[in-house]
Design a protein around this ligand. Structure first.
Ligand code: NAD
Length: 499
């Protein structure tokens, strides 16, 4: 059976303790590979390798770092089909989605940051005639990157690429639930000539391998994407060590449809927002609010479209909805749909796993796209992140009412608005508590924009300039340029208390 290896000091290595976890194909429910059950010893080795590699990588010219990263991007692209299949089998997502979204985006992440570092600027501040200040930005050292299972390579590379580009060395831990494309990435990095120890990938559970990364004194910086509960644990572990931390966490995102919206577009985009990747995208719009006047016009075609989504074998081309990532995730979704019933919700479609979809997939973790109405905005189903193919629909009557609903959860990751009234769209975009607001679209991404969440959805931002700043330490260098007299006057003036 295929065994995933750690990637430490440029070598594909077995876990120090020799223990492995079973890795399940969610479309069949069967174990198909093994993933290292790494612990603190493996992290220790990875940190030692990253420490050795730092002096050289941090002083490697940007053009050379860029060249190696572009080579990594090219090699992933050349093996796109292999990567996409690996993501599909590991995660349960449709192969078509992995082919057109996950893997191309990983390629883009490397290209984006590989070229960004060739075009950076630094700041200067001229202090009257006395001094010239300039800002140096250097790498932070060894950084710890921890990523989730829903978009495995997409989100891992979204951290690895800016951290590498800015000259840091890395100890990364992908989700133990979906390790396969990170393993393929380690092969590609070797082939691309990434120097040993620059990127180290330690596979294993959060409680052992992940916690060892966040607790390690030599890891200066933690970039985490995952659930809010885990984010809180990481923040607690990192705080006494004064680590720089970026947390991308859960969401309970609203989709708001006004009666004047282009209804076909609103339905199509809301459907995508609710059910893409089986509803397992942090940005999924799982709470849909529709203005009363358009409620019926929205509801009927939306439910019909949800029913028409084909739940099927992720490897088949016509499949819209693959498997959920794990048995635990399937059980969580079942639990929340039962809770929706208990809370008085009406299930308009779905509400159960589908009948066995094929002989191959009879043990898989499938669930039908589910639409629930009749729930209040404050009930648990509308407050807690389900992370599955479950959307609720609620009517509203005014802008203020829907704004209160939209902002009425502890989360603040993203929101989508559908309206033809630009004034209203901008007004609401300003008042919605979310890191991203889409108007008449969903998940339209530009890698240059700040990405992240407010409230319990996140701390810090990724993307473009934000990521380059996060992974670097600014240093002010102040050079006296004036005559001695001017300089000492300036110095005295600055240090004298102002009256
Ligand atoms: P998770 O929090 O369970 O795990 C995420 C990662 O953290 C995994 O690699 C895991 O092994 C590790 N981990 C777990 N416990 C740890 C600990 N104590 N110390 C260090 N590391 C630990 O999340 P998940 O179930 O893999 O992913 C789903 C969640 O991720 C959802 O809540 C989703 O909203 C969120 N997510 C957020 C974004 C975003 O950009 N905001 C993107 C994708 C997913």
């Amino acid at each position: 059976m295929l065994r995933v290896s750690n990637y430490i000091n440029g070598e594909l290595t077995a876990p120090a303790a020799g223990r492995y976890l079973e890795n399940v194909d969610p479309s069949t429910g069967r174990v198909y590979s093994q993933v290292p059950d790494s612990d603190g010893d493996d992290v220790e080795q990875a940190v030692a390798a990253a420490e050795r590699a730092f002096a050289q990588w941090s002083t490697t010219p940007a053009a050379e770092r860029s060249r190696i990263m572009l080579q990594i991007a090219d090699l992933i692209e050349q093996r796109l089909e292999e990567f996409a299949r690996a993501e599909c089998v590991d995660n349960g997502k449709p192969l078509s989605l992995a082919r057109c979204l996950d893997i191309p985006r990983a390629v883009q992440n490397f290209r984006f940051f590989a070229t960004a570092i060739l075009h950076t600027q630094s700041q200067t501040h001229v202090t009257d005639g006395a001094a010239l200040n300039y800002t140096l930005r250097g790498p932070r050292g060894i950084v710890g990157l921890i990523s989730p299972w829903n978009l495995p390579l997409y989100l891992l590379s979204w951290k690895v690429a800016p951290a590498l580009a800015t000259g840091n060395t890395i100890v990364a831990k992908p989700s133990e639930v979906t390790p396969m494309t990170a393993y393929l990435l380690s092969q590609v990095c070797r082939q691309a000539g990434l120097p040993a120890g620059v990127l180290n990938i330690v596979h294993g559970p959060g409680a052992s391998a992940g916690a060892a990364i966040t607790a390690h004194r030599k890891i200066t910086t933690i970039s985490f994407t995952g659930g809010t509960v885990t984010g809180r644990e990481i923040a607690k572990a990192a705080a006494p060590l004064f680590k720089k931390v970026s947390l991308e966490m859960g969401g309970k995102n609203p989709t708001i449809v006004f009666a004047d919206a282009a209804m076909d577009q609103a339905i199509e985009q809301s459907l995508r927002a609710a059910f893409a990747n089986q509803g397992q995208v942090c940005l999924c719009g799982s709470r849909i609010f529709v203005e009363q006047a358009a409620y019926d016009a929205f509801l009927e075609p939306f439910v019909a479209a949800a029913k028409a989504l084909k739940v099927g074998d992720p490897l088949e081309a016509e499949t819209d909805q693959g498997a959920l990532v794990s048995k635990a995730q399937l059980e969580k979704v079942c639990h929340y749909v039962n809770l929706a019933r208990e809370e008085g919700g009406e299930i308009l479609c779905g509400g159960a796993p589908p009948p066995p979809i094929s002989n191959r997939c009879k043990g898989g973790f499938f669930y039908q796209p589910t639409v629930v109405t009749g729930l209040g905005a404050d009930c648990r189903v509308n407050q807690e992140e389900i992370f599955g193919p479950v959307a609720t629909i609620m009517p509203f009557r005014s802008e203020d009412e829907v704004l209160a609903y939209a902002n009425g959860t502890p989360y603040g990751l993203s929101a989508s608005l559908f309206t033809q009234d630009l004034g209203r769209a901008h007004r609401l975009a300003q008042r919605i508590e979310a890191g991203t607001v889409w108007i008449n679209c969903w998940l339209l991404r530009d890698l240059r924009v700040p990405f992240g969440g407010m409230k319990q959805s996140g701390l810090g931002r990724e993307g473009g300039e934000e990521a380059l700043r996060f992974f670097t330490e600014p240093k002010n260098v102040c050079l006296a340029v004036g005559e001695c007299e001017t300089v000492s006057k300036q110095g005295r003036a600055a240090s004298e208390p102002r009256q």
